[in-house]
Design a protein around this ligand. Structure first.
Ligand SMILES: *[C@@H]1O[C@H](CO)[C@@H](O)[C@H](O)[C@H]1NC(C)=O
Ligand SMILES: *[C@@H]1O[C@H](CO)[C@@H](O)[C@H](O)[C@H]1NC(C)=O
Length: 346
């Protein structure tokens, strides 16, 4: 009875240990459309958001600016010159008809990109969320130059914690982080940076500071990101997104760094490259080997440990059986009725 349960236990341990070797696989990053989907549609418009959702993104990244009458809108530059037929600062235009002229709705945000987008408007954040939330796509809010009071404005647009949960605030400044942290409790905060100098100077102090500020993760420029930084952030349970990755070769390098999200202007290129990597990972994990050397080492180690456990259990069972057989024949030194002693067999 005891032997049977030992055997069952041995089989379970063997299978679990060998199985874990195959389960060590890599998690591929989320695909995020940069500025809505700026290679296919005019950036930061509803048309761009809809096209990126059709292309199968996990998230969209947009930029925030605030109008004269205090409405948060999707716009990259502080002025309207590059992406509309209007000129001047966004802070001199009104969004709500009741606020009077000049009205932002009179600016065409699509014609500059292509005639098929003529008449596209600069949308409010609320209009943008009305497109992304029903699709279950998360929205990364690049806070741009937004200043004091932005937290309260955001909380007005996104009061629902469930919708907040679909948003990530990318903050350039510590003031913006505090604004978001105080006004929205389910929006994740990431530190948006093009420099890792503070991390490189003193990693421990850097992460302690970030944790104190309530940072959940980072959005780092492709030009400065390192695998060391990604690994360090992960060891502090913080996510890492990288911007803006447009070449397939660079996308694959970012997969190898194990970043959590990739921002790109070329959404279908990213989803295709991800699908290829996914298929390769699947083939590799079936054979117990993956391209990523750390993962491969972990798999090999896990497999070796499993094999060792199996061998040890096998030897233990054999020893036990031999002992039991010997004991069954006769205990050492006991004289049989015929007078022969069996205990002395060498
Ligand atoms: C911009 O384009 C819109 C739509 O075509 C037009 O109504 C508006 O007058 C234009 N504004 C300027 C300043 O050219
Ligand atoms: C979230 O914040 C609001 C006010 O900003 C507060 O009333 C609410 O209790 C908070 N919810 C949680 C779960 O902390």
């Amino acid at each position: 009875m005891a032997r049977l349960s030992l055997l069952v236990l041995a089989v379970v341990v063997c299978v679990a240990q060998l199985g874990s070797a195959a389960m060590v696989t890599k998690v591929l990053p989320r695909a995020v459309a940069h500025r809505g989907y700026s290679s296919a549609a005019p950036e930061n418009t509803l048309a761009a958001l809809k096209m990126s959702i059709e292309a199968g993104v996990d998230g969209v990244e947009i930029d925030l600016q605030v109008t004269k009458d205090g409405v948060i809108v999707l716009l990259h530059d502080e002025d309207l010159d590059r992406t509309t037929n209007c000129t001047g600062s966004i802070s001199t235009y009104n969004f709500l008809p009741a606020s009077g002229p000049p009205q932002l709705s009179e600016c065409d945000a699509g014609s500059w990109f292509g005639p098929q987008f003529a008449g596209a408007k600069i949308p409010s954040l609320a209009e943008g969320l009305a497109v992304t939330v029903p699709a279950g796509v998360f929205m990364v809010l690049d806070m741009k130059q937004t200043g004091p009071g932005i937290g309260a404005l955001l909380a007005d647009v996104i009061p629902d914690p469930e919708v907040q949960g679909l948003t990530v605030a990318s903050c350039w400044t510590f003031d913006q982080m505090a604004e978001v942290r105080n006004a929205l409790n389910a929006t994740r905060i990431q530190y948006l940076t093009g420099s890792l100098e503070a991390f490189e100077a003193d990693p421990d102090a850097f992460f302690a500071d970030m944790a104190l500020r309530g940072v959940d993760g980072f959005s780092v420029s492709r030009k400065v990101i390192t695998p060391e930084f990604v690994a360090a952030a992960k060891s502090h349970f913080m996510a890492v997104a990288v911007w803006t990755v447009n070449a397939a070769a660079d996308m694959r390098i970012m997969f190898s760094y194990s970043v959590d999200a990739i921002l790109t202007d070329y959404v279908t290129r990213l989803t295709t490259t991800l699908a290829e990597a996914n298929a390769a990972e699947e083939r590799a994990s079936r054979s117990g080997y993956t391209k990523n050397s750390t993962v491969a080492l972990a798999s090999i180690f896990s497999f070796a440990a499993g094999a060792l456990v199996c061998i040890l259990v096998f030897i233990a069972i054999r020893l036990m059986r031999r002992r039991q057989r010997r004991a069954a024949r006769s205990p050492r030194g006991v004289t049989s009725p015929t007078g022969g002693s069996y205990g002395m067999i060498p």
